[in-house]
Design a protein around this ligand. Sequence first.
Ligand SMILES: NC(=O)C1=CN([C@@H]2O[C@H](COP(=O)(O)OP(=O)(O)OC[C@H]3O[C@@H](n4cnc5c(N)ncnc54)[C@H](OP(=O)(O)O)[C@@H]3O)[C@@H](O)[C@H]2O)C=CC1
Ligand SMILES: CC(C)(CO)C(=O)C(=O)O
Length: 302
Amino acid sequence: MTWHILGAGSLGCLWAARLARAGEPVLLLLRDRQRLAQYRASTGVGLREGDNFSRFPIAADTLDGNQPIQRLLLACKAYDAEEAAASVAPRLAPTAEILLLQNGLGSQQAVAERLPRARCIAVSSTEGAYLEAPFSVVWAGRGQNWLGDGSEQAPAWLAALDKAEIPQQWTTQIDARLWKKLALNCAINPLTVLHQCRNGLLAEQQETLATLCSELAALLSRNQVRISADELLNEVLQVINATAANYSSMYQDVQQNRRTEIAYLLGYAVQNARAHHLHCPAFEQLHQQLQNALAQRGLPTD
Ligand SMILES: NC(=O)C1=CN([C@@H]2O[C@H](COP(=O)(O)OP(=O)(O)OC[C@H]3O[C@@H](n4cnc5c(N)ncnc54)[C@H](OP(=O)(O)O)[C@@H]3O)[C@@H](O)[C@H]2O)C=CC1
Ligand SMILES: CC(C)(CO)C(=O)C(=O)O
């Protein structure tokens, strides 16, 4: 069964290289002929792990190819997910499965509504990767991939991920995983943008973090995710400590003048709180401040 991977960015290349290395059939789906020509000139997907670099001559095609798709890994940003998934809809087999690698919340629901016949499996990933050159990925941080669609029924192909050394765990609580990661990202990432700092410096912002965690814990509770404000604050401080020397993904996006996933993180939290009539002045204000900072740089505020 071919792994169709839509999006040859950081995570798309990371998954493609590891699957290909394990002998799994992989086909990259690129946005157009220009990207395909660029890929073909690069002689494959590069994977750097520490001092080792390998290149994998993985097959690629454009989105409008004609091979039917049974298994799709959607490896684009959250704001591209719905349109990207819709563009391959005519090619999806009736029992197609789609793995959604997007961070935050909102895009998974949008894809599932757009493609109601497909089995949509959300992935919450704590792995870290970035591109050092087009189609060449650096595996920068070991982590876990939590997969789930709310059901107990784990797909048989999870064994292929083990073989490919892609860490994986099936969970019946994928929404809780996504919410908790969203809460961490909402507490940490916007502050690193506003203070222009590495994650570690946020340890000095304990009061602000405590207020945010209290509001975020209340929001998670409205969404049936049980975590106390103190537990959340502890987790946030642990992540800040463990990633002290790193710049958050949102900070990096802003520095490189790339669109952020604000709408699927803080924006989603604000909207969800309003829908629950939950008063969350601290993260409403943070959202506004982040939008102002993005606007000042000429970046999209959604
Ligand atoms: N990188 C990481 O370490 C982690 C990322 N994530 C999440 O994973 C998701 C993907 O992130 P990441 O891999 O870093 O993102 P990247 O920006 O590196 O890659 C996204 C890729 O998607 C491609 N793409 C977008 N739309 C289309 C389309 N319509 N057709 C074909 N290709 C398309 C882009 O192509 P093009 O280059 O042509 O624009 C780009 O190559 C995000 O939601 C992120 O938050 C989660 C955990 C860790
Ligand atoms: C390390 C962490 C948790 C910081 O929020 C992250 O996931 C990111 O940078 O996006």
